[in-house]
Design a protein around this ligand. Structure first.
Ligand code: ADP
Ligand code: MG
Length: 235
């Protein structure tokens, strides 16, 4: 056994015992050494409530419907499970698209990209932004070689429609970030079309600041037996 296999199986053995109420530090969660190093680099030590609740359930393989207000730390609540998912499968740059993170706007996609570059620094995965503003053609080659794509719905749909060899067949994890804003911006139909194009055997994490009717509709369409994580911290 190589060291990496040993690490992965010992982490997985701890998944069933995760108890969010006894988690104080990120080091209390069974996370790969590489992710813990990235968190240390970002000076993230203590998980927020939504992170404590959602990360464990996501590591256990659940789809997640997470609601917590702006500023509660939803980004790490999905980025950590994304890194751990690909790490567990020893995903390598040649394996192509493994995780797709959909953000409402270019700015939010960029902010997520900055965070994953930091906490993912010690992993070997490639991460890229697919947010328009450049020639579609220039993104196509990169798209199929990028392990973690952070995109806006319109641009992703454009690739699905116009890029002949675009494929999401190997996708392991889908993240819908700020789902309420995605829908507010009029992307409901685009989201339906995107989800139809993705493999069913994936894990999906949907995060939103509010739980509107349309968020529930999107959740019904995209999630399988989700675990609900709702955090209302006292002001
Ligand atoms: P949300 O998406 O819920 O609005 P973010 O993920 O953007 O929240 O996080 C809000 C802020 O809190 C960011 O500046 C982020 O760096 C910081 N943050 C998130 N998680 C932690 C943590 N565990 N420890 C310290 N700061 C954190
Ligand atoms: Mg956010």
């Amino acid at each position: 056994w190589k060291t990496i296999d040993r690490e992965i199986s010992s982490l997985q053995e701890r998944y069933s015992q995760i108890d969010s109420s006894s988690v104080e530090k990120f080091t209390d969660i069974p996370l790969s050494k590489r992710t813990l190093q990235g968190l240390e680099l970002g000076k993230y030590e203590t998980p927020t409530e939504i992170q404590k609740e959602a990360i464990g359930l996501a590591l256990q393989g659940n789809d997640i419907l997470g609601a917590a207000k702006t500023g509660s730390g939803k980004t790490l609540a999905f980025l950590i499970p994304v890194l751990e998912c690909l790490n567990r499968q020893k995903w390598s740059p040649q394996d192509g698209l493994g995780a797709l993170i959909i953000s409402p706007t270019r700015e939010l996609a960029y902010q997520t990209f900055v965070v994953i570059r930091k906490i993912g620094k010690f992993h070997d995965f490639s991460a890229g932004l697919v947010i328009g503003g450049k020639l579609l053609q220039d993104e196509i080659g990169r798209m199929n070689r990028t392990n973690i794509v952070i995109c806006t719905p319109g641009r992703l749909l454009q690739h699905m429609d116009e890029t002949a060899n675009f494929t999401a067949d190997s996708l392991q994890m889908l993240v819908l970030d700020e789902a309420d804003r995605i829908l507010d911006l009029g992307f409901a139909q685009a989201m339906n079309a995107i989800i139809e194009n993705l493999p069913i055997s994936r894990q999906t994490l949907l995060f939103s600041a509010t739980q509107t009717r349309s968020v529930k509709d999107l959740a019904r369409l995209s999630l399988q037996s989700p675990m609900y994580v709702s955090v209302h911290e006292n002001a």
